[in-house]
Ligand binder design. Structure first.
Ligand SMILES: Nc1ncnc2c1ncn2[C@@H]1O[C@H](COP(=O)(O)OP(=O)(O)O)[C@@H](O)[C@H]1O
Ligand SMILES: [Mg+2]
Length: 283
């Protein structure tokens, strides 16, 4: 009996969080180990389905860089990077679309399905959703690499209103309808802004944002974050994450966190505890 009452206690503890987030949109950038390792994949899917049936509106935006790299290697197409961005010629873009839209996206839809949820896969090209211009780095042309200029959330809203969980591949279209490769963090941030999401959660493979001594920073203001970027403490793949969080906070997203996706049930811990597991970015 005691055990059962304890179980009820755990549920009751979640009540304030459930009330706070009921009917709210939570945008989740899904990538890294959480997408690669079977036990983490399963725990992620259960978390998302749980959020859905508790009454939140989860929206998934996924990455897929390593999967794209592996497929290009298998096909014998060379990978080139400038400033961490993949140079994307037409042949590479074909592979990007095949892998992101055709494989990774489908796998996540199936994963959510196996956990008891109903997901619908979309790419940012569907319904004119993720609109981009070509990104230029200095004077070098990276090919079909997009910078997000706007997001039309109509397709996402239609899917969530119909009771489904949208799963979005980070592909954008330019004004001529040409598809482009988009950084998944940037795509997730832009989607969160367009939806005025309650929360933007970026899952990654580190404990959170670290300071110069390598210590995790539990809470970080936009100003401090900018300083860390200038000083080089925040670099590489952490830059688009932190930047998209700052931009999201500045345009109406209430809360943004960078979370350790290697922790089992990281999403539930993030939403249903005060401490969370990672770095909370604040205005
Ligand atoms: N200050 C920092 N704190 C944590 N990670 C950092 C920091 N600066 C740079 N990084 C790097 O950013 C990486 C996360 O970005 P990325 O590799 O693109 O992962 P993801 O697949 O989640 O997008 C970390 O693994 C780490 O190497
Ligand atoms: Mg990255």
């Amino acid at each position: 009996m005691k055990e059962l009452i304890d179980k009820a206690g755990v549920l009751v503890e979640a009540l304030p969080y459930i009330r706070r987030f009921y009917d709210q949109t939570i945008v989740i950038k899904y990538g890294g180990s959480a997408m690669a390792e079977p036990h983490l994949r399963a725990s992620f899917a259960i978390d998302v389905v749980m959020l859905k049936y508790i009454g939140l509106r989860p929206v998934i935006v996924h990455g897929g860089g390593p999967q794209i790299g592996a497929t290009l290697t298998r096909l014998g197409i060379e990978s080139n990077f400038i400033d961490g961005l993949r140079v994307t010629d037409d042949a590479t873009m074909d592979v990007v679309e095949m892998v992101l839209g055709g494989k990774v996206n489908r796998e996540i839809v199936d994963l959510v399905g196996r956990a008891g949820g109903r997901a619908i896969g979309l790419t940012g090209g569907d319904g004119g959703m993720i609109q981009v211009t070509r990104r230029l780095v200095a004077d070098r042309d990276l090919g079909r690499v997009g910078q997000v200029v706007a997001v039309d959330p109509a397709a996402i809203v239609a899917v969530t209103n119909a009771g489904f969980i949208p799963v979005i591949a980070p592909i954008g279209i330019d004004a001529d309808g040409v598809t482009h490769n988009v950084n998944a963090d940037e795509a997730a941030g832009a989607v969160a802004r367009a939806l005025s999401a309650r929360k933007l959660i970026l899952l990654t493979d580190v404990e959170g944002v670290k300071d110069a001594k390598g210590q995790i920073i539990p809470q970080l203001s936009a100003e401090e974050a900018r300083k860390h970027i200038t000083e080089g403490t925040i670099s590489d793949g952490m830059i688009p994450k932190v930047s998209c969080c700052i931009e999201a906070l500045e345009s109406g997203v209430t809360s943004t966190t960078i979370v350790d996706g290697r922790v089992l049930h990281a999403l539930l811990l993030e939403i249903f505890t005060d401490g969370g597991v990672g770095t909370l970015l604040t205005r």
